[in-house]
Ligand binder design. Structure first.
Ligand code: GLC
Length: 581
């Protein structure tokens, strides 16, 4: 990286982190402990992180809802798969309007999911298997049933009134401005008792905290300490870019057209990505760095460009270690040039932060459906897995993706559980489809639960697509995942090597080298992103790789073990991972 270029970047980023005019400067709350020394080569650079939606992973008490003891009972499966850390979506007390993302108590466990003792046991059993636990941290908003909000709404003079965003309306029935909720309609709700409006970026039942209030910051930093003290290895931070809103309440710009909820499209210019977010991220990073074991921060923020994404690392790499890359996740078509371009952008990111890739999560249609062409979906699932697991990025999986689990949307509005699916029906059917129970075996409810009815139905595809069936099939998606994960762990080039794009002009096959650290073979990855057979030829001398043949480590579909780099034939959506000799 050219020095001058990096310096200009840093100056630009420093300018962008200045607070907007009119914003109150919050008092800084410095962590009390001294920073422990983060490692040069922390665990999260090499980890495979696996997202668990606890409601849907494993039910241990037959009530049709997954729970903590269910997760503990499946740790051996996760170990065998090769997972290093699990991120568990919220299991704190909650009215479950947004299935846990509406938290009424940040430092307890919802009885639906178990007890604090169950949690402690999960941490200790996971530790025995070298699996770390990453908690979900939801700083932007609480539940409207959180005692902080109940106090805040009780009167205009309550001591916690300013913990949330309360404003006068523009007149009778008129909210303070045109800001819209992500889940449809106005982001302001009128409170009849105190005759003011409160702000909520998400559901009405999720009032936004006021991060300009120092007491809020202190309370929310105490939450981090609570879970770190209990053994959490880090946090996935929910919706962090939305922590601040313009204090002057400017209207957001209106865009053409309407959204799925019938509201005018708007640009969330005054409620998303405000520069003060970075002050908070720096404070949080300082706090977690006081703990040993390199706790990790993962940010959920759908940043529109690499320049915006890079800001999440912090000017001095002092904010988030792993910002989720939504641009890679949402390419939504198999296009070698598009992926190549995005991987290049990541590679040349000026702060040299660790990339973090994923394709599936609890908010988006599963990979199998989103990238599948309806004919080669299982093969495509392997291709996407290879892409996820063979670049330099830390990969994040979503439960069931290793089986090729598919999205199964409700067919009737009355069956929808996710409120947004009812507001948006039929244009937006909500997120139930990607949250169906994990498919373990061919038994009742796919082995997820012994209940007569599960909270979401088990999809019919579970009869073939389940852990037991796939474990017994050497060509299954599950065995493919296991194999790539083990290569990633064991081969120095895949584990530590640099990323070098090769055959850059190929419109169909995405190829790259993971370039060896000293003394080990380079690994070549070739992914045919088209439905046609393709022939590829590699000349790698220019990249300092002298070998002329490829020794296949893993290919789907299978091919002969040794191939000449002068001509390699790849079937539709074929994957080739080979060492160069
Ligand atoms: C995040 C979560 C999503 C939730 C929203 C509000 O985007 O991933 O599930 O609905 O935040 O908390």
């Amino acid at each position: 990286m050219n020095c001058l270029r990096s310096r200009l970047w840093l100056m630009l980023l420093a300018c962008l982190t200045v607070a907007p005019l009119g914003a109150q400067q919050p008092s800084q709350i410095a962590p009390v402990q001294q920073a422990s020394q983060p490692s040069a080569n922390p665990w999260w650079k090499h980890a495979v992180i696996y997202e668990i939606y606890p409601r849907s992973f494993q039910d241990s008490n037959g009530d049709g809802i997954g729970d903590i003891n269910g997760i503990t009972s499946r740790l051996d499966y996760l170990k065998d798969l090769g997972v290093d850390a699990i991120w568990i979506t919220p299991m704190y007390p909650s009215p479950q309007v947004d299935f846990g993302y509406d938290i009424s108590d940040y430092t307890a466990i919802d009885s639906q999911y178990g007890t604090m003792e169950d949690f402690d046991q999960l941490v200790s059993e996971a530790k025995k298997r070298n699996i770390r636990i990453i908690m979900d941290y939801v700083p932007n908003h609480t539940s409207d049933q959180n005692k902080w909000f109940l106090e805040s709404r009780s009167s205009r003079t309550n001591q916690k009134r300013d913990w949330y965003i309360w404003r006068d309306g523009k007149g009778p029935g008129k909210p303070p401005n045109n800001w819209e909720s992500w889940f449809g309609h106005s982001a302001w709700t009128f409170d009849a008792k105190t005759r003011q409006w409160y702000y909520h970026y998400f559901y009405v039942q999720q009032p936004d905290l006021n991060w300009r209030n120092p007491e809020v910051r202190k309370a929310m930093y105490d939450v981090l300490r609570f879970w770190l003290d209990r053994g959490a290895a880090g946090f996935r931070m929910d919706a962090v870019s939305r922590l601040f809103e313009d204090p002057n309440l400017h209207d957001d710009p209106i865009l053409p057209g309407k959204n799925a909820y019938g509201d005018p499209n708007i640009k969330h210019k005054y409620t998303d990505d405000l520069p003060e977010v970075h002050d908070v991220l720096r404070e949080i990073r300082k706090l977690v760095d006081t703990y040993p074991g390199d706790p990790v921060l993962i940010s959920e923020a759908d940043e529109p460009t690499i320049q915006d994404l890079v800001k999440m690392y912090g000017v001095n790499n002092d904010e988030v270690q792993l910002p989720m890359d939504f641009k890679i996740a949402d390419v939504n078509k198999l296009s070698a040039p598009e992926f190549r371009k995005l991987l290049d952008e990541v590679e040349f990111n000026p702060l040299d932060g660790q990339p973090y890739f994923f394709f599936s999560n609890h908010d988006q249609v599963r990979t199998w459906d989103r990238y599948g062409d309806g004919v080669h979906n299982d093969q495509i699932a392997k291709l996407v897995a290879a892409l996820l697991l063979t670049t330099r990025a830390t990969p994040q999986m979503y439960y069931g993706e290793e089986l090729g689990m598919r999205t199964t949307v409700p067919t009737r509005k009355e069956d929808v559980k996710d409120p947004v699916g009812r507001t948006g029906w039929p244009k937006d059917k909500g997120r139930d489809g990607e949250r169906t129970p994990m498919q373990w075996d061919g038994a009742q409810n796919a082995g997820f639960s012994t209940a007569a009815k599960t909270w979401l139905p088990v999809p019919p595809s579970a009869a073939q697509c389940n852990v037991v069936t796939e474990a017994n099939d050497p060509d299954s998606i599950l065995n493919f995942y296991k194999h790539v994960i083990s290569l990633r762990r064991d081969l120095p080039a895949l584990r530590d090597g640099g990323y070098v794009a090769v055959n850059r002009d190929d419109p169909n096959v995405l190829s790259y080298l993971r370039k060896r650290p000293e003394g080990t073979d380079s690994v070549l990855v070739a992914l045919n992103m088209s439905a046609e057979p393709r022939t590829v030829r590699f000349k790698l001398k220019g990249f300092g790789v002298l070998g002329t043949s490829a020794h296949v480590l893993l290919a789907a579909p299978q091919v002969s073990l040794d191939l000449s780099l002068d001509e390699i034939k790849l079937g539709p959506f074929a994957v080739l991972i080979a060492t160069v000799k």
